[in-house]
Design a protein around this ligand. Sequence first.
Ligand code: ADP
Ligand code: MG
Length: 377
Amino acid sequence: MKLDAKQLRYMSNDEFRVLTAVEMGSRNHEVVPTQLIAHIAKLKAGGITKILSELARTSLVARVQNAKYEGYRLTYGGYDYLALRTLSKRGAIYSVGNQIGVGKESDIYIVADDEGIQRVLKLHRLGRTSFRNIKEKRDYLRNRNAGSWLYLSRLSAMKEYAFMKVLHENGYPVPEPVDQNRHTIVMGLIDAFPLCQISEVAHPGKLYSELMDLIVRLACAGLIHGDFNEFNIMINDKGEPILIDFPQMVSTSHRNAEMYFNRDVDCIRAFFKKRFHYESKLFPKFNRDAERKFSLDIQVAASGFTKQQQKELEKLQEELGSENEDSSDEEEEEEEEDEDEAEEVEEAELDVSDNPRGVTDELVDSLGNHIRPSEPE
Ligand code: ADP
Ligand code: MG
């Protein structure tokens, strides 16, 4: 998924109002009826069609015509736009550079602030396609947050940020948390290589025990990383590990804590055996070594990511996990969906001029007074 930062400069006041209105409507409509968008944006019906077409042309929203009504849904592009705009207003980012990572559930970019300091932007992208299946089955989503891939991605980013913050404040080797908005986080750039790219280390035994110590140190603080592997451990030029990627962290009081703990330990043992031919009889055990001495998991809850949100996210993640296992044609589905989107966009293009209207800086500054954004900016 490409991120088009240039778009940021070419949006008129009305376009921004309409895009924000689509976001607000998405809270309880997967497809937001055009009339509702017009109502929220307080624009006349005639004007709104043109603006929505323009937003659809640049793929910030997608037009959906279903049996009951015509409407629009926010795309990841539109959601990215809203988050970037907030982050740039707050000074967390000024420019967007190269993409450095593509995961199944995230996109990672190098960004810079207005002083040229490089940072990392992570956009969470959780199961937009598989979500539909879940939603049909589950009641607890029905009355709320219909655009749930937005909600899930946002929860996931909030969680990652909350954990990163608490870990950073308590001296764990993790990136510096800089800012968080919607489905994104901004963090310090780690000058290091992922362990998976490293073919040799001077002292594998030393690194092995540092990593096992880190797992134990986390557990003694009440936490398990849950995805502690060579892709989420970066090694700097001094050979020190830095841990990243926290959306799946769990508390040691989680009912499956022991399984998660052992899995993290086993990942490291297996990797060291395979890559460095290093094996040790010594490795931590949950019952013996994960004795809780203090409770960072409680600090996380206090930092703004509540227990309730944690529970909700876990439940959704579990469901997504099992959905992904049994839907092998998911990628196909995604492709089909992209084609649909292209058609929708083409349709919308017919009555739109090709020139994006430029916006002056004053206009940009005066935006957003009339519509309450979904989060404080
Ligand atoms: P995912 O959830 O998709 O696995 P990660 O947070 O693990 O995303 O990031 C994916 C990749 O992006 C990492 O393997 C690493 O190479 C790079 N990366 C992520 N965060 C940083 C960072 N703060 N500094 C440098 N590189 C990073
Ligand atoms: Mg990762």
